[in-house]
Write a protein of this length. Structure first.
Length: 549
């Protein structure tokens, strides 16, 4: 039996019969007794004997389920709803770019902001087709080193760019993203191109649907230039083609799983990109590559057409070089989608006139002072600079809960999403194997009892309330946090709160470092303001890696 290579046989004898229905022998009380060691429940001989017939019927039910085709995009009937209050409709405002002239050389253009590129397009100093070719040339020149792109969508990009130019010539302006190239994480479907999920079993997969986010980017006039590299099944930076590397040091992985989106933005392959996060997959690569990543509120953006990993935790967001650019992308892709029942109608507001004086900022004091926090000295010095600028930082703490224990929610949902892969044995073809890789996690998660999965979600309800109280009790708008100290990354992904990571400089090895901002539900505009203002105070903007300038 396939699982026997990974788990002790004494445990498997009970669990595979009692829980998964993989063994065809009729269960007996010894099976149940062995299984008790993993589920943490002790029973008597009489109790075990009494349930034997029920266990046999349950195994038959599993067999019936296994006989069905349950595709990855089939959503469970149980739906996660954080119950957040949605703000009314609003129209964001963007900073104006005045007096821009055509930069000298194609080495400058790739690192301009969306607003600056838009000004060049609208004044006729640059065409979308020319801009697209500049980015295509950079991909062809540098991606052999970075492996940030799985598929270059050149024909589609040039067609979309020519249409954008023709529309601007006719006076049709679709908004700030009109004519702007972008990268799309390769777990989002686009007809006619592979959607590989970064994984060997799916490298030739073509899905005949268009992800809602891709549709909305096209409606906004954006130009799809590449399907970006993703760690296999959205974990890490290793995919079937290679490891995606950071342009800051190609000897170091770009982190994941939105590895290609972040590395590509940092290297100037495209000014903006789409990423996804379930537990750090925007935050981590944005930090490693020195760019800005915005993870929206759960329910803000449709996941239709994206690979499902965790139906109650997956979120689609933007990775860019400027905070406002992330806001422009979010404004284009947000909104209700009938194909994703978790989406809600919530307003999005932002104004360049808003400042830190209009907002109240807290910080996770315990996380900034943790002994195992590598960037403690540097980041606390940054906090002192913020205070010296007259900004009050209110000390707060995350809710005191066993947050790590709730990670079984992700493990169980991911194992269900890839049940067929595990049972087929094709999980062995994934490049990354070992304890901390999806094949092992999928197998182990099959032994999470349904009762404990539900208990974790019940505690999750309490976590959401506690997170809301953290903001309301201190009248906070935003909370500043280390990205990887403490449990805020898992806590906020479980609760569904939005977050933004922004660069704060380079460490002693010359690699980017960053900090996270946690926001109130559907108040991503506040995150953009605070990131913009803090970068102004510290003087730390998004830098260009050496060798890519």
């Amino acid at each position: 039996m396939k699982f026997e290579r990974h788990f002790p046989k004494v445990v498997l004898a009970g669990l595979l019969v009692c829980l998964t229905g993989c063994d065809r022998e009729r269960p007996h009380t010894g099976n149940i007794e062995a299984a008790e060691t993993l589920i943490g429940v002790s029973m008597t001989d009489a109790e075990r004997a009494l349930m034997l017939e029920d266990i046999h019927e349950q195994r038959a039910a599993y067999d019936a389920l296994h006989a069905l085709d349950l595709p990855n995009d089939l959503t469970p009937a149980l739906r996660f709803d954080p119950g957040f209050e949605t703000p009314p409709p609003a129209d964001p405002e963007w900073a104006k770019v005045e007096g821009i002239t055509n930069p000298v050389g194609d080495d400058v253009i790739p690192f301009l902001s969306v607003a600056e590129l838009g000004a060049l397009l609208r004044t006729g100093l640059l065409t979308s087709e020319a801009l697209t070719r500049i980015y295509l040339d950079r991909i062809h020149e540098h991606d052999g080193t970075l492996h940030a792109v799985i598929t270059v969508t050149e024909d589609l990009a040039l067609a979309q760019a020519r249409r954008a130019d023709a529309e601007l010539a006719q006076g049709i302006d679709r908004g700030p993203l009109h004519g702007i190239p972008y990268g799309l994480k390769d777990i989002a479907a686009v007809p006619g191109y592979p959607t590989t999920w970064g994984a060997t079993p799916y490298r030739e997969q073509i899905i005949d649907t268009t992800a809602t986010v891709a549709e909305r980017m096209e409606e906004a006039g954006a130009v799809l230039i590449a399907k970006t590299a993703v760690g296999a099944l959205a974990w890490g930076d290793v995919w079937f083609g290679a490891r995606t590397n950071s342009p800051w040091n190609p000897e170091i992985g770009a982190s994941g799983s939105s590895a290609g989106s972040a590395a590509g933005v940092a290297a100037g392959f495209f000014p903006v990109a789409i990423g996804t996060e379930t537990w750090g997959s925007i935050t981590s690569p944005a930090t490693r590559n020195g760019v800005i990543g915005l993870r929206p509120t759960f329910g803000r953006v449709s996941r239709h057409g994206f690979m499902a990993l965790s139906w109650s935790m997956d979120k689609v967001g933007a990775i860019c070089r400027r905070a406002e650019d992330c806001g422009m992308v979010l404004d284009a892709i947000r909104g209700v989608d009938a194909a994703d029942p978790t989406t809600v109608d919530a307003g999005f507001s932002y104004s360049p006139a808003t400042s830190l004086d209009d907002l109240r900022v807290g910080y996770l004091a315990n996380d900034f002072s943790a002994d195992d926090y590598e960037q403690k000295t540097v980041d606390n010095a940054l906090l002192d600079r913020v205070r010296a600028a007259g900004i009050e930082l209110v000390a707060v703490a995350l809710p005191d809960m066993p947050i790590e224990s709730m990670s079984i929610v992700l493990s169980a949902e991911a194992a269900a999403a890839f049940d067929t892969l595990t049972r087929s044995g094709l999980d062995d073809t994934l490049v990354k194997q070992g304890r901390f890789a999806w094949p092992n996690v999928f197998r182990a998660a099959r032994f999470i009892p349904a009762v404990e999965y539900l208990q974790a979600n019940r505690l999750r309800t309490r976590l959401i309330t506690a997170m809301e109280n953290l903001f309301s009790d201190h009248a906070l708008d935003v909370v500043l946090a280390p990205c990887f100290s403490g449990n805020q990354l898992l806590a906020t992904n479980l609760s569904g709160h939005p977050a933004l990571v922004f660069p704060t400089g380079l460490d002693t090895d010359g690699m980017p470092r960053g900090l996270c901002l946690i926001g109130k539900p559907f108040r991503e505009g506040d995150l953009l303001v605070v990131a913009r203002e803090l970068q102004g105070i510290t003087g730390e903007q998004v830098r260009i890696p050496a060798g890519f300038q």
